[in-house]
Design a protein. Structure first.
Length: 215
């Protein structure tokens, strides 16, 4: 009880909380109408692309392993922009020159150098020094050949490995980056594909309202 301004006693009304239960009809994906299924796939595909799909898909780790195993290239970052067709390697270097040159197609030439018995000049793979430039803004990396590995009787370096092998190593390196770009585009396409979205729905056991909203 309380008193109002006139001094009369008043009775307070107690507030009673009400719980209202609402029932929903839920559906499995296959039970939705075809046009609703299409909207669900489109919406979930867009959601997946808005997330950092390259992190949780493991594609970058896989690409780094492939670069090392196939080309002898170690890198710690992969930068890319698929809308601008850009990809570059960060903190990258060639840790296995032999593997890189063989992948480029120079194996027969390298074997021939080992069979050359002339004493006045030669080629030593241990003297080859090929660096990978740092990515600059949105440009691909490129190679910088610091030492071609040739020497003469006086020990002076001479010769051009690209001219001798007939292989443009920078063109070859560019083809590696283009392959990386294609791998990323293929992965993005798969992430948003109907196949992957249906697997995602099944894995998470999603249920839906009639309009396709996740319940």
């Amino acid at each position: 009880m309380g008193r109002n301004r006139a001094g009369y006693k008043t009775k307070h009304k107690e507030k009673i909380m009400q719980t209202i239960t609402k029932e929903y009809q839920v559906y499995k994906f296959d039970e939705l109408k075809p046009e609703v299924q299409s909207k669900v796939i489109e919406r979930l595909a867009q959601r997946e692309l808005e997330n950092d799909w390259w992190d949780y898909s493991g594609i970058l780790d896989s690409m780094q392993e492939d670069l090392k195993e196939e080309y002898g290239i170690t890198c710690f970052q992969i930068y890319f922009d698929l809308y601008r067709n850009y990809v570059a390697l960060g903190q990258a270097y060639i840790n296995d020159i032999r593997k890189f040159l063989i992948a480029a197609g120079a194996e027969k030439w390298m074997i021939a150098q080992g069979l050359d018995s002339s004493q006045d000049k030669g080629w030593d793979i241990g003297m080859v020094d090929i660096g990978i430039t740092k990515p600059y803004r949105e440009y691909f990396n490129k190679l910088e050949i610091e030492s071609h590995g040739f020497y003469n009787a006086d020990g002076e370096a001479e010769g051009d490995i690209e001219a001798e092998t007939g292989i443009s190593l920078n063109d070859f390196f560019r083809s590696i980056l283009e392959k990386c770009l294609k791998q990323l585009k293929d992965e993005e396409e798969y992430i948003s594909s109907e196949e992957n979205i249906k697997d995602l729905i099944e894995l998470n056991e999603y249920q839906f309202l009639e309009n396709g909203e996740i319940f």
